[in-house]
Design a protein around this ligand. Structure first.
Ligand code: GCO
Ligand code: MN
Length: 393
């Protein structure tokens, strides 16, 4: 019997491990030039709305769920409600973070503020929410630099600022270990906005900082597509470097035109090839964390739900295209040809240093003109991928 080929499904499954920051669906569309265009959704409604749409997980800031000055009793009541929604919809709390940027107390930074009292308040605020996050089952706790930066460089010593940031992360690491929470930290780099310059602007900066911490083993990175492109860098390369370092603990996916203000558009809306390659990287290297969308619906949307569906559909669509690229015989043949050079013994020699190997290499005769003659199929490869993406093959 002939089997009908079924159309691949773009419906999200729990096993896709899609998550959203609840602040994304709570976003009302206000920008520096205009007021809100959508009604306010509470944190609880956001968790519920995501859960009902089959989303695997949510991330939250403390003050997305309870107001800054909420009493302990109010906070407990909210946490109880969140847990009830998690039970009834099946959604998980996959990551949490602290709002250290909205209140004017943090106008000159939190962990990097000049004022030790502000730094202490910021660490206390993180400690309180870390306990809640652990209770909700979050395995990742994010530190996004928010206002950790400077506008007037002569007025803030960047060396001192980095030391202050390190002290706070070290303090909180010890706290998590002492509480026996099963949780890792994640630094989220961003080059600027809302400050003119943010400390730890890229994944590389974050990785370098992590290596200097007291507990580097419990700190990773969550790179964000938009933040990377604001710095004019390549999301594929930034994600890959975190992954290769064993430090990719979470990811923030969205869309962004390079070198502009933080646009936070939906994932994959801006550069399909780039989105495909990010999705392919995560698939090829079996990235096991959540795929979190940190973006906003367009200001013209009346509610956030089409945006939510769209982000997940987009990811699935790129996944299908990545699979098609993997299975495309023409593309595979050309890619293999790039690797087929007959130089396997040199690859082995370079893979592990030995004195004999170094001696052999020193004496070897290479013909650079001959090496330069090799035909590389990059135009053809790139065009083939374009045609796969456009559905022409
Ligand atoms: C931004 C950031 C934030 C963070 C969030 C959790 O540029 O606004 O991406 O949305 O991701 O504070 O870390
Ligand atoms: Mn983010």
């Amino acid at each position: 019997m002939a089997t009908k080929q079924s159309k691949p499904s773009l419906k999200p499954r729990r096993r896709d491990k899609f998550a959203f920051g609840i602040w994304c669906v709570m976003n009302q569309g206000a920008d520096p030039f205009g007021v809100a265009t959508r009604p306010q959704i509470t944190g609880l409604e956001a968790v519920k709305g995501l859960g009902k749409r089959g989303v695997y997980g949510f991330e939250y800031h403390d003050n997305d769920l309870w107001p800054l000055k909420a009493s302990a009793a109010k906070q407990r009541a909210v946490v109880k409600d969140v847990k009830r929604i998690m039970r009834t919809t099946g959604i998980r709390c996959t990551a949490a973070t602290t709002n250290l940027f909205t209140h004017p107390a943090f106008k000159d930074g939190a962990f990097t503020s000049h004022d030790p009292k502000v730094r202490a308040y910021a660490v206390q605020k993180a400690m309180v929410n870390i306990d809640v996050a652990a209770e909700l089952g979050a395995r990742v706790y994010i530190f996004w630099g928010g206002r950790e930066g400077a506008d007037v460089d002569i007025a803030k010593d960047p060396v001192e600022a980095l030391k202050r940031f390190r002290d706070c992360i070290n303090f909180l690491s010890e706290y998590v270990l002492e509480q026996k929470h099963r949780m890792v930290f994640s630094i989220e780099p961003k080059p600027n906005e809302p400050r003119s310059d943010t400390y730890l602007p890229t994944a590389g900066h974050a990785l370098a900082m992590i290596a200097t911490l007291d507990h580097p083993e419990m700190v990773g990175v969550n790179p964000e597509t938009a933040h990377i492109k604001m710095a004019g860098l390549n999301p594929l390369h930034e994600f890959a470097q975190c992954l290769e370092a064993g430090k990719l603990v979470d990811i923030h996916l969205n869309g962004q035109k390079p070198l502009r203000y933080d646009q936070d558009m939906s994932f994959g809306c801006d550069n399909p090839k780039e989105a495909l390659l990010v999705v392919k990287l995560l698939k090829d290297y079996a990235y096991a964390g959540t795929k979190t969308f940190d973006a906003h619906p367009y200001r013209t949307e009346a509610d956030p739900w089409d945006f939510v569906e769209r982000c997940m559909r987009a990811y699935k669509a790129y996944e299908i295209k990545a699979e098609q690229a993997d299975a495309d015989a023409t593309l595979c043949r050309m890619l293999e040809q790039l690797e087929r050079t007959g130089g396997a013994s040199w690859a082995r020699l370079l893979g592990a240093y030995s004195a004999a190997g170094a001696e052999k290499l020193r004496k070897a005769k290479f013909n650079p003109d001959k090496l330069a003659k090799r035909k590389l199929l990059y135009e053809q490869i790139d065009q083939r991928l374009t045609e796969i993406l456009l559905g022409l093959v």
